[in-house]
Design a protein around this ligand. Structure first.
Ligand code: SAM
Ligand code: DTB
Ligand code: SF4
Length: 365
C-alpha cells in the first residue's frame, strides 16, 4: 500500500500546535489521562547491536559511512553479549529493549539469523522486544514476528517534502512500505521523527499527518530532538527549544490518544523541569541507560532520581494501547471527541472541513 498524503488536516493540526501553551498542555494532559496512566512511564533500553558504517546518508546520523564522525565501527554483537545487556536493562527497570542496527535494510544472511536468535531469547525473558534494522520485506517481518518480536521501529523522521533535504539514498515511500510489512505481520509499529533539523513547523505536522492517513497509526511515536553530532551535515544546528519539544509531544498526544508518545533523543540537553513538562504533555516513554545508540543519554540513576521527584513508576511490559486499570475522569468528553474525529478521518474521502481532523485519504495502488 502506498499512501500519498496531501493537505487535508494540516491546517487544523497547525492551529493546534500553535495553541497558547497552557491550553495546549491542558488539552494534551486531559487526553493523556483518559487513555493512559499519567504516573507511569515506560523505560526502554537501546542496544546498538551493529554500529556505524551504514551506506545511507541520513544527514542527522553519526552512523553513516559518508560522514567522518570518528565513530568506531563495530560488527554485529554476539547473541550472548546482547542478551547480557538486556538482562542488565531489566534489572535497572526497563521493560522493553530496542536493538538497533546501522543497516540500510535487512538481508537474509547469518547476521539476520543471529538477530532472530536475540529476539527469541530476550522475548523469553518476558521483555517487550523491539528492533530497528532498516528496511525489511514481508518474509523478514514474518520471521521476526514468529521469533517473538513485539515492535519494530522505523521512523519517517519528517514530512515527505523535507525528507529529500536530509536523505538522498532512499525514498519516503520505501519507509512507508516497510511500515506496511511490519503492520501486516502483526508487529506493533513504532515510528516517529526528529525535530530541530532545520525543518519548518509544517514539516513536523506533515510527519504527523502521514500517520493520520494510515489505516492504523503507530502504537508508539518517538519524538527525538536532534543530537547534533560533529562531522554530520547537521552538526551546526542549534538545540531545539524545549517549548517546541513540548508542543510537538502535546500535538502528537492529542491527535493519537491511544499511542505511546516517546520522549526520545535529546534528554541530556533538557532539565528535569523540561522533561516533566514533556511527561505532562503526554510523553509516557523514555529511552533509559547512559547511551542511546551512539550518543549520550541520562544514566539510570539520574532517571531514578527524576522518577522519585515526580512520583513516576516504570511501566510493566505489553501495555501498548491498553487502557489503565484506574479510570481518570477528567476530560472524558474532550478525549472521546478527538478519538472519534480521528476514526472518522480514516474513512473520509471527500474534501475536509476546516474545524477538525478530517483528512482526505488518497491511496495509490
Ligand atoms: N538504520 C535503521 C534505520 O535507519 O531505521 C535503525 C537505526 S537509526 C539510527 C534509528 C533512528 O534514530 C533514525 O530513524 C532517527 O530517527 C534516529 N536518529 C539517528 N541519529 C539521530 C540524531 N543524531 N538525533 C536524533 N535522532 C537520531
Ligand atoms: C528513536 O526514535 N530514537 C532512538 C530509537 N528510535 C532507535 C535512536 C536515537 C538515536 C540517537 C543518535 C544516536 O545515539 O546514535
Ligand atoms: Fe543508517 Fe539508520 Fe543512520 Fe540512516 S539513520 S545512516 S539508515 S543507521
Amino acid at each position: 500500500m502506498k499512501i500519498n498524503h496531501t493537505y487535508a488536516t494540516q491546517q487544523a493540526a497547525l492551529k493546534l500546535y500553535h495553541t497558547p501553551l497552557m491550553d495546549l498542555m491542558y488539552q494534551a494532559a486531559t487526553v493523556h489521562r483518559e487513555f493512559h496512566n499519567p504516573n507511569e512511564v515506560q523505560m526502554s533500553s537501546l542496544i546498538s547491536i551493529k554500529t556505524g558504517g551504514c551506506s545511507e546518508d541520513c544527514g542527522y546520523c553519526p552512523q553513516s559511512a559518508k560522514y567522518n564522525t570518528e565513530l568506531e565501527v563495530k560488527p554485529l554483537m554476539s547473541v550472548d553479549e546482547v542478551v547480557g545487556l538486556a538482562k542488565n536493562a531489566k534489572v535497572n527497570g526497563s521493560s522493553r529493549v530496542c536493538m538497533g542496527a546501522a543497516w540500510r535494510n535487512v538481508r537474509d544472511n547469518r547476521d539476520f539469523d543471529k538477530v532472530v536468535e536475540m529476539v527469541q531469547q530476550i522475548n523469553g525473558m518476558g521483555m517487550e522486544v523491539c528492533a530497528t534494522l532498516g528496511m525489511l520485506n514481508e518474509q523478514q517481518a514474518e520471521r521476526l514476528k514468529n521469533a517473538g518480536l513485539y515492535a519494530y521501529n522505523h521512523n519517517l523522521d519528517s514530512s515527505k517534502e523535507f525528507y529529500k533535504d536530509i536523505i538522498s539514498t532512499r525514498e519516503y515511500e520505501e519507509r512507508i512500505e516497510t511500515i506496511g510489512h511490519v503492520r501486516n505481520a502483526g508487529i506493533s509499529v513504532c515510528s516517529g521523527g526528529i525535530i530541530g533539523m532545520g525543518e519548518r513547523v509544517e514539516d513536523r505536522i506533515g510527519l504527523l499527518m502521514t500517520y493520520v492517513m494510515m489505516e492504523q497509526p503507530p502504537e508508539s511515536i518517538p519524538i527525538n530532538a536532534l543530537v547534533a553530532v560533529e562531522g554530520t551535515p547537521l552538526e551546526d544546528q542549534k538545540p531545539v527549544p524545549v517549548w517546541e519539544m513540548v508542543r510537538m509531544i502535546a500535538t502528537a498526544r492529542i491527535i493519537f490518544p491511544e499511542s505511546i508518545i516517546r520522549l526520545s533523543a535529546g534528554r541530556t540537553q533538557m532539565s528535569k523541569e523540561a522533561q516533566a513538562l514533556c511527561f505532562f504533555a503526554g510523553a509516557s516513554s523514555i529511552f533509559a541507560g547512559d547511551k542511546l545508540l551512539t550518543t549520550p543519554n541520562p544514566a539510570f540513576n539520574e532517571d531514578k532520581e527524576l522518577f522519585d521527584i515526580l512520583g513516576l513508576t516504570p511501566k510493566t511490559p505489553f501495555q501498548d494501547g491498553e487502557q489503565p486499570e484506574t479510570k481518570f475522569d477528567a476530560g472524558v468528553e474532550a478525549a472521546k471527541e478527538y478519538r472519534e474525529k480521528i476514526k472518522a478521518a480514516s474513512e473520509k474521502t471527500s474534501a475536509p472541513k476546516t474545524d477538525g481532523f478530517q483528512p482526505r485519504k488518497v491511496i495509490v495502488e
